[in-house]
Design a protein around this ligand. Structure first.
Ligand SMILES: *[C@@H]1O[C@H](CO)[C@@H](O)[C@H](O)[C@H]1NC(C)=O
Ligand SMILES: *[C@@H]1O[C@H](CO)[C@@H](O)[C@H](O)[C@H]1NC(C)=O
Ligand SMILES: *[C@@H]1O[C@H](CO)[C@@H](O)[C@H](O)[C@H]1NC(C)=O
Ligand SMILES: *[C@@H]1O[C@H](CO)[C@@H](O)[C@H](O)[C@H]1NC(C)=O
Length: 519
């Protein structure tokens, strides 16, 4: 029975093959992306949803922050954003048209629990996400769901300082449990936290994100401690991750059959020179940014480089914490956009105040410029340089350091300036984005061919949206959004991504993953 079935399949395949050969060049349709690879786009609740007070939603830290004067470049906020809360059916049609098989979004914690665990579950919020999930699945689009993408209920900030307090763990655990309970029968990919490294650094070292805490030359805040608080916040975030994973493993995973991971912002740090000092500096840069979280979660302790430089300041994991950390994760989500050079500041003198130069940051100066040349083409986004090689390098680095744990590229993309007087044609003709995505995807494909277990790629982003402190001045969308009317218009990059995905899907029919002979 088995034989005849596979024989039949083979015959069908051969027939299909010869039928198609006439019209297509098969050998050019080789894919480096494995079967069931997720091709999607990414989003987040505060940047997309709007509907700030709809259906019983509570206020989040970002709702409060964005309304303070001087925090957002263009004085805007996410009250309406791109109104994805109401327009999601239309947005799912855009996804369907692109041929996406997955969508990454985050749940607004304050929509589910307006007052954290100190109030009721807002069933209208639960119902909203339930409808969204069903609508996605109906179109064959897998929901890839983040529990916290920067926004937390303001209630928790006011009661106990949110991430600065160990109390946050109880709240996060409670919230995660509710999400698994209501959505886990349909959601197969869970992310605990999005970019906790960015939350800790921007919230508590530079203070440019809520809760606006920093000290000394690190920023301009009325309160905070830039050398200690990022470490405390990060410690609590790590414990929140492990608490949520523990609940998922113990109560839900077996029955629901999904997987759970974390999403990190990951920069490739290229040594500034070939000197041992600069190579060690780039190692330290990774440890003080990425391994800061992944090391405890995967190996139960902070990285060696952090112990060596700031050991006395690092919070300590109790025996019980270490046991819980043993729950680890199922995948590592990687948000990768850019690369920097990394230069030693232990043996060489760096100017105080230069990025990365302090002890707290690992004495690893971060710069995009060497000999007057940037590491890659600069963009409208001040931290974003186009350096596609960085994709293969960062994926390979994480693969080697963490035993090839399954990975997803959970964000990758490029922003362009909102140019108020440019014509619609200019808005739509985003050649730079096509070049960026195509070169980064090629670099990713190389890492996969060399053995990296990468299972998906999410472009940031489906739509132009609220870009945090840049407000609406920077556009990351495959679709242009006219913010006053909220009209969505596909750009060239949307058509390009659609064709790219189609090519991979066709290729996988003929050239199975790991079939190297066509190279
Ligand atoms: C710091 O913030 C205060 C209050 O917002 C402002 O008056 C001052 O100009 C800022 N200083 C710098 C150096 O940005
Ligand atoms: C480092 O060494 C390699 C191989 O010798 C060379 O190609 C590269 O240019 C050197 N890089 C720097 C920054 O000197
Ligand atoms: C926008 O308008 C300014 C002033 O009229 C002009 O100098 C600039 O070139 C315009 N930019 C574009 C992209 O058309
Ligand atoms: C898709 O494949 C065709 C045929 O090989 C090729 O010409 C085209 O450039 C590919 N498109 C993309 C977006 O990769």
């Amino acid at each position: 029975m088995c034989l005849s079935n596979s024989l039949l399949l083979l015959l069908l395949l051969l027939a299909f093959n010869s039928m198609m050969t006439g019209s297509m060049e098969l050998t050019s349709h080789t894919s480096s992306f494995p079967d069931n690879f997720l091709f999607g786009t990414a989003s987040s609740s505060y940047q997309y949803e709007g509907a700030i007070l709809s259906d019983g939603k509570g206020l989040s830290n970002w709702d409060i922050f964005a309304h303070k004067t001087g925090k957002i470049f263009d004085g805007s906020n996410g009250d309406i954003a791109v109104d994805h809360y109401h327009l999601y059916p239309e947005d799912i049609e855009l996804m369907e048209d692109l041929g996406l098989n997955s969508f990454r979004f985050s749940i607004s914690w304050a929509r589910i629990l307006p007052k954290g665990r100190f109030g009721n579950v807002n069933m209208a919020g639960v119902y909203h996400y339930s409808k969204l999930i069903d609508a996605l699945l109906y179109k064959g689009i897998q929901p890839f769901v983040t529990l916290t993408h920067y926004d937390v209920p303001q209630e928790l900030e006011e009661r106990y300082g949110a991430w600065l307090s160990p109390n946050i763990r109880k709240d996060f655990e409670y919230y995660a449990d509710i999400c698994f309970k209501y959505f886990g029968n349909r959601v197969k990919y869970w992310v605990t936290l999005n970019e906790p490294n960015v939350m800790a650094i921007r919230g508590y070292r530079s203070g440019i994100y809520p809760p606006s805490r920093c000290s000394g030359s690190y920023g301009n805040c009325s309160k905070g401690n830039s050398e200690k608080e990022p470490l405390i916040a990060a410690h609590n975030m790590i414990l929140c991750h492990s608490a949520a994973v523990k609940i998922y493993r113990n109560k839900y995973q077996k029955e629901q059959g999904g997987s759970i991971g974390i999403v990190m912002n990951a920069v490739w740090y290229e040594p500034f020179s070939n000197s041992t000092e600069d190579k060690l500096a780039s190692e330290r840069a990774q440890s003080f940014y990425l391994n800061w979280f992944l090391n405890p979660i995967i190996y139960g302790k902070y990285p060696e480089e952090m112990h060596n430089l700031i050991g006395s300041r690092l919070p300590v994991f109790s025996k019980n914490d270490v046991k819980n950390l043993g729950n680890g994760l199922d995948f590592i989500g990687i948000n990768h956009y850019t690369s920097f050079y990394s230069k030693d500041c232990i043996y060489s003198k760096c100017e105080p105040g230069e990025p990365g130069a302090s002890r707290s940051e690992g004495y690893a100066l971060r710069t995009a410029i060497r000999d007057g040349e940037p590491i890659g083409e600069s963009t409208a986004v001040d931290w974003l340089y186009v350096h596609p090689q960085g994709m293969e390098k960062i994926v390979t680095y994480i693969m080697n350091r963490y035993n090839n744990t399954p990975m997803f590229i959970t964000e990758n993309g490029i922003g362009v300036l909102d140019d108020l007087n440019s014509s619609t044609t200019y808005f739509i003709n985003d050649v730079k984005r096509v070049e960026y995505m195509s070169s980064y995807l090629e670099s990713l494909a190389m890492a996969i061919r060399k053995g990296a277990d990468v299972r998906g790629y999410f472009a940031w982003s489906l739509l132009d949206n609220f870009e945090w402190i840049s407000g609406y001045t920077i556009r990351f969308g495959l679709h242009h959004v006219d913010f006053p009317t909220l009209k969505r218009t596909p750009r060239i990059s949307a058509a390009w991504y659609k064709e790219f995905i189609k090519n991979q899907t066709l290729a996988n029919i003929f050239v199975p993953y790991k079939n190297e002979h066509i190279e």
